[in-house]
Every structure is written in structure tokens, then in C-alpha cells.
Write a protein that binds this ligand. Structure first.
Ligand code: NZQ
Ligand code: ZN
Length: 395
């Protein structure tokens, strides 16, 4: 295990912290590009409170509204254009992961010569990584992606229906104001998808990382158990502020790097899911809840002990070396059942996806990352036909 870890984001967490937005933002700029989604925050009053806080602190703003779920390249370009025209010196994202991701890439696109799509990863590499961005402040309104405390962003090029990501130092928010009360209005289905997303952020590194990371294993298990305890409460009663707080914190910790550090893990489930949401515009967490158990069944064939450990530590399923495969299968089944209990889909047909484009999803996944043998990195690596068969198993 060998690594460098640095997370520069200042995190302000807790119910009511939205009121601090203005003073926090004012430390970095005077005029904000205020990036927002499809309107939920205007209906629930969050937008009005955020604007009041900014104005009170002397921060003026220009809005880029309408960031769509699975944010598009054209939206990023539009936002960067507004920031330049309006002379914004800071970017404030108020919304879910889509809004935060779009805002991050807008902040970099302001300084970027050429097409912002070149920032994104293709075949495991950035054509040109962004090195500079306007200061970014994020206020998540939904617990899922962890974008509020990482340097990643995921964008779809709608012209080619390819969804890719960028990770860069300059994309870490300077400050994140994480007020779990803001998620009270998130509908039950999106809440459940967020729970699945945050769990998948740690299962990716748990199952695909290098051996010999026992502390990271325990961090991941703690996050999964916490999400499985508090997630259903937030799904059942969105106004349960305690449940919202625990899920929000779990989602931040799940992808702020501590669970992944030193693991050198590929994220195959994410890359496959991104190919689905790029084509069908489904919620990322819903796609993950279909792909993740299917991928686990595929990967458990080559490493049953690892999945038996997951079964034992998360679900209390006992195992010995000679019954690891059965314990692994039982654990994966229990995980899939949990996802169903909270209302997540586990079959492609539930989100309107058939078998027509299975090869295309495999091809698109390999376009984002592939090893020397043309396989999707992970443990084990997947050939195009492995991806097709894995998806076929959950039609
Ligand atoms: O746009 P509005 O009207 O706000 O509605 C949104 C949207 O319809 C709604 N919503 C958000 N906050 C709400 C709310 N509705 C009521 N009350 C609130 N407080 O929820 C819907 C989904 O929002 P979205 O931002 O798309 O969801 P999420 O946070 O799950 O973000 C998904 C995107 O993030 C990417 C995904 O690929 C996807 O594009 N990811 C980003 C990552 C990162 N930057 O680190 C990592 C993830 O693995 C993921 O890939
Ligand atoms: Zn995710």
C-alpha cells in the first residue's frame, strides 16, 4: 500500500448551515455563477434562502439554471459562457450531483481553451486535464454522489451518448456547505438511488482494490452498515432529519477518498452504469442497483472469499473456506434484496432497457477504460462479452 492523500475541501456540516453560505462564499469571490437544477430548490425555498445569504454577505450572482440529471456538455458550455459574460469570479452549485458536477466543469471551462470534452477520460486518460478553475462552492441537496468533497465530475456528450468523467485537483470545492435538512424534499425513489450510489462507491474499491487494506475494508463496511441502517428510514420518512443527516454524511465520506485511498481500484460497475444512463437517461443510482449485484455475481466466481467476507461482515453469514462460494452468493442475494426493499430496480426491464444495445454498452464502457488486452479494468478485468453476459443476466 502506497499513496498520497490530499483533500483540500473545507466541510461545513449540519442542519441550518445553509445560512453560512454567504460568508463562506465571500471569502473566495464577489460575484457568483449560481448553478441550479430543474427547479426543486425553488419550490422548496432553498434557492431563496441561499440567495438571501449570498446577498447579505455582499455576493452578487448570475444564475445558470436547468442543469439536467446526467448533465450535458452543452449545459456546461452554456454555464461557462454565462460566467464569462457576467464576470463571475466564483461558482456556487446548489443541487444534486448533476448540478455540482456541471458547475465544477463550468468552473474549469472558463479558463479552458478548446472543447471541455477534452478534459474527460477516454481509454483511461485525459486528453488534457484541467489545471485551473474558478473557486467552487457546493451545497448538495441530495445525498448520493459525494461530489461535494471530491475532485470528480461526470458529464454526458449528448451528441455521441458517451458519459465520461474527470478527476482533477482544481475541481475540489473550496468549501462545501452540507445541510442535511435540504434533502427533506427528495422523493423516496431518488433517496433510495442515492443510498445505492453511496454504497457502490465503497463496494467498488472493496472488491476491486489491491489486497492488504484492512482499515479501508472496515471503513467501507462501516459506511455500508450505516447506509443500510439509516437509508431505509430516510426513504420511509423524508422529514426524518436524523436519518437524512446520517445518510448525507455517509455519502460524503463514501467518496471523499478515505475508503478508496491506497486501493488503486478501478470502478467497473460505474463505468458500465454510465453507459446505460448515457443512452437512457436513467438515474445513476437506479442503474447501479441493477448492474452492481450482477457484477458481484460475475466477480465472485473468481474471488469467492472476498465476497464471503462481505457476506459475513455485512449480513452475519458464517463461512469456511469450503463454502465461500455459497456464502458469497447468499450475501449478494441479501444485498440485492436490500436494494429491492428500499425501492431500487434490479432488472433492466424495470427501467425500460431491453437487449438491443448490450454490445453498444460494452463498447462504450471500453471506450472509457480498457487494459492492454482491451478489457475493462477491475478484479477480474471484463471482456466485452463478459459485460454483455453480465447485463444479459439481469434483463
Ligand atoms: O434538478 P432538480 O429539480 O433539483 O431535481 C433533482 C433531479 O430530478 C432532484 N433533487 C435534487 N435535490 C432535491 C431534488 N428533488 C427534491 N428535493 C431536493 N432537495 O433529484 C433528481 C436527481 O438529481 P441528480 O443531481 O441527477 O442526482 P444525483 O445527486 O444522484 O447525481 C447524479 C449524477 O452524478 C454523477 C452521476 O453519474 C449522475 O450524472 N456522479 C457523480 C460523481 C462525482 N462527481 O463524484 C460520482 C457518482 O458516482 C456519479 O457518477
Ligand atoms: Zn456513483
Amino acid at each position: 500500500m502506497k499513496f498520497t492523500y490530499h483533500n483540500p475541501t473545507r466541510l461545513i456540516f449540519g442542519a441550518g448551515t445553509l445560512a453560512q453560505l454567504g460568508t463562506e462564499a465571500r471569502a473566495y469571490g464577489k460575484k457568483a455563477l449560481l448553478v441550479t437544477g430543474g427547479g426543486s430548490i425553488k419550490r422548496n425555498g432553498t434557492f431563496q434562502r441561499a440567495v438571501a445569504s449570498l446577498e447579505q454577505a455582499g455576493v452578487s450572482w448570475a444564475e445558470c439554471s436547468g442543469v439536467e440529471p446526467n448533465p450535458r456538455l452543452s449545459t456546461v458550455k452554456r454555464g461557462a459562457g454565462i460566467a464569462k459574460e457576467e464576470g463571475c469570479d466564483i461558482v456556487v452549485a446548489l443541487g444534486g450531483g448533476s448540478t455540482m458536477d456541471a458547475a465544477k466543469v463550468m468552473a474549469a471551462a472558463v479558463f479552458y481553451e478548446g472543447d471541455p470534452w477534452d478534459m474527460m477520460v477516454h481509454r483511461g486518460e485525459n486528453r488534457r486535464k484541467p489545471e485551473r478553475a474558478l473557486p467552487i462552492v457546493t451545497i448538495p441537496t441530495l445525498a448520493a454522489t459525494g461530489s461535494e468533497m471530491n475532485g470528480g465530475a461526470v458529464i454526458t456528450d449528448e451528441a455521441t451518448t458517451v458519459k465520461s468523467f474527470v478527476v482533477a485537483e482544481c475541481l475540489y470545492p473550496k468549501v462545501s456547505v452540507v445541510d442535511p435538512e435540504l434533502a427533506a424534499s427528495v422523493p423516496a425513489d431518488q433517496t433510495a438511488y442515492g443510498v445505492c450510489d453511496l454504497i457502490t462507491h465503497v463496494t467498488e474499491s472493496y472488491f476491486n482494490g489491491v489486497d492488504g487494506t484492512p482499515l479501508q475494508d472496515r471503513i467501507a463496511e462501516g459506511i455500508i452498515i450505516t447506509a443500510m441502517e439509516w437509508g431505509p428510514k430516510a426513504v420511509v420518512n423524508g422529514h426524518d432529519v436524523e436519518a437524512r443527516a446520517q445518510v448525507q454524511w455517509a455519502s460524503t465520506v463514501a467518496l471523499m477518498g478515505v475508503a478508496q485511498v491506497g486501493s488503486n481500484a478501478a470502478f467497473p460497475v460505474h463505468i458500465i452504469e454510465h453507459s446505460l444512463s448515457a443512452h437512457h437517461d436513467i438515474a445513476h443510482g437506479a442503474g447501479l442497483s441493477i448492474v452492481s449485484p450482477a457484477w458481484m455475481r460475475f466477480a465472485a466466481r473468481s474471488r469467492p472469499e472476498r465476497f464471503a467476507q462481505f457476506a459475513q461482515r455485512i449480513f452475519g453469514i458464517p463461512f469456511q473456506k469450503d463454502n465461500a462460494a455459497e456464502a458469497a452468493a447468499e450475501g449478494i442475494g441479501r444485498f440485492e434484496a436490500f436494494l429491492r426493499t428500499i425501492g431500487c430496480p434490479t432488472r433492466l426491464s424495470e427501467v425500460g432497457i431491453g437487449e438491443e444495445l448490450l454490445e453498444r454498452y460494452a463498447k462504450d464502457s471500453l471506450l472509457i477504460a480498457s487494459d492492454a488486452e482491451g478489457r475493462l479494468p477491475g478484479r477480474p478485468p471484463m471482456s466485452a462479452s463478459d459485460i454483455v453476459e453480465t447485463l444479459r443476466s439481469v434483463l
